[in-house]
Design a protein around this ligand. Sequence first.
Ligand code: IMP
Length: 200
Amino acid sequence: MKTIAAASGNKGKLREIAEIFNGYEIVPMQAAGFTGEIEETGCTFAENALLKARTVCRALGMPALADDSGLCVEALGGAPGVYSARFAGTHGDDAANNALLLQKLSNVPAEKRGAYFESCVALIFPDGREFVASGRTYGKILPKAQGSGGFGYDPLFFSEELGKSFGVASAEEKNAVSHRGKALRALERQLRENAEGNRS
Ligand code: IMP
């Protein structure tokens, strides 16, 4: 099985990447020996995913996979978007981020609470090959948390495709419709096509 370093320190993301991209051995970047900090300076999910994967691939000399993702809320003009992890100020404080989201939407009626998650994934090889794919999943922001499963904004996100929140969905249910599931399956298709192209 091919080994790939995952350019992320987010436990929820790492678990989902390993579940979805299960044809590969996914090793978290720290476990693979990456000790640096990566500043996410990009303005788009794609820029940040490429930045993270290139940095880790270059440092470790092995294939590196990054996911940059976030929640885009219609009533907030697409925010928090690329700032989803640090919406309330501290990187990765899910409770504070969720509280701020609820506060900002407190006067917004149900029909205007549309939102989507987006994920952009980048896989970089030491020989210079770069693959990028993205996925979206649509829904709306609930007035209060439903369930405690998943991570990040999951308990507040009512999935259109599942008819329930990501906070009550099983891992299999979420991965089947999620932005990350769609992006990683598209990436896998690109890798297969590339391998087939090289053979013919
Ligand atoms: P990143 O590490 O900069 O890509 O930040 C991603 C942030 O977006 C996470 O910390 C979460 O706040 C949010 N996010 C991305 N994907 C998900 C998901 O699948 N469920 C819930 N929140 C997510």
